[in-house]
Design a protein around this ligand. Structure first.
Ligand code: NFA
Length: 101
């Protein structure tokens, strides 16, 4: 008997690379009212009251606080939206973004 022909298939799976993530960072300032910062965090970043307050206080005490990570587009859009809400009221409130490590 001739040897049977056994076909093997390469066992490689194509994996989709995850997009790089960007942090959105809240910076402290001396003028924006605490309650307004909390409102913006709730509205733009979908935070509950307790988390929004904790994030605001961390930025207040330490100078800055990482809020969340998103893809670059989403991070930049949310940072701009949140900064613009402060600007509309004449506040220097500022959100920035940076690549996650
Ligand atoms: N430091 C601001 C105040 O005392 C509150 C604030 C917190 C502003 C976090 C910006 C970011 N009114």
């Amino acid at each position: 008997m001739p040897d049977p022909i056994v076909k093997t298939r390469p066992k490689t799976k194509t994996r989709t690379a995850r997009p790089p993530l960007y942090k959105v960072i809240l910076l402290n300032d001396d003028y924006t009212p605490r309650e307004f910062v909390v409102q913006v965090l709730k509205a733009v970043f979908r935070m509950g009251a307790e988390r929004a307050y904790a994030v605001m206080m961390t930025a207040h005490r330490r100078g800055a606080c990482v809020i969340a990570v998103y893809t670059r587009d989403v991070a930049e859009t949310k940072a701009k939206e949140a900064t613009d809400l402060g600007k509309q009221k004449g506040y220097p409130l500022f959100f920035t973004t940076e690549p996650e490590t």
